[in-house]
Design a protein around this ligand. Structure first.
Ligand code: AMP
Length: 210
């Protein structure tokens, strides 16, 4: 299977599709956002360093992110879904040169009207214990406040899913993404999906290409 690189604004459905690719196809999921949040929960030095940057919606440094990828990926053993990485052209080039090193890969671009994302994100709730993602309007947990998957009552509204930070994240996404898309397009590795379509339909579009 090709390694997959999911590119899309916050709330475009990357994490949901990544979870399906893991459960149905055996991919391993690497979300740099999850790895960073994990460092914050552990209270590690790295976590302390990045917390305020992340809460504000800004990006952490490219060096730090590639370190996390190196520490968590074993490309000889697994097929990966990279989620939330790369976020800019430098990261895309580094992923090719230092991580993939010529292994087959496909970037999937989750195309969506950015105006719709503020509503999606202000209604998003994330399980702090298992990472499951809900939307209070379209995919609420079966019992309010309780995770369907692991039973945790720790369903949180991420600090950076609040309106101020969302606007910043969407701005940063708009500024950085076109060069990343061009990078994959020019090497024939870009699949564009309609991220406003239902979850199953997006999943089928991806399956058709891997
Ligand atoms: P995410 O969960 O992908 O929305 O990421 C949450 C936050 O983690 C981002 O707003 C950034 O502060 C940080 N982050 C995640 N991935 C990256 C990355 N590839 N490069 C820089 N910062 C990142």
């Amino acid at each position: 299977m090709k390694h997959l690189v999911l590119i899309g604004a916050a709330g475009s459905g990357k994490g949901t599709q990544a979870a399906r690719l893991v459960s149905d196809k055996g991919y391993k999921h690497i979300s740099t956002g999850d790895l960073l949040r994990n460092e914050i929960s552990k209270g590690s030095e790295l976590g302390k360093k990045v917390k305020s940057v992340m809460d504000s919606g800004a990006l952490v440094s490219d060096e730090l992110v590639i370190e996390l990828i190196h520490a968590n990926a074993n490309l000889d053993k697994n097929s990966y879904v990279f989620d939330g990485y790369p976020r800019n052209l430098v990261q895309a080039q580094t992923l090719d040169k230092e991580v993939l090193k010529g292994r087959p890969s496909l970037a999937v671009y989750f195309k969506i009207d950015l105006g719709k994302l503020v509503t999606r994100l202000t209604n998003r709730r994330t399980c702090k214990d298992c990472g499951a993602i809900y939307n209070l309007l379209t995919q609420a947990p079966k019992k309010a406040g309780i995770c369907d998957k692991c039973g945790s009552t720790n369903l949180v509204h991420r600090e950076d899913d609040k309106e101020e930070a969302i606007k910043k994240r969407l701005d940063i996404f708009q500024q950085n993404t076109q060069p990343v898309l061009d990078h994959y397009q020019s090497s024939g590795r870009l699949l564009e999906v309609n991220a406003e379509a239902p979850i199953d339909s997006v999943f089928k579009q991806i399956l058709g290409q891997i």
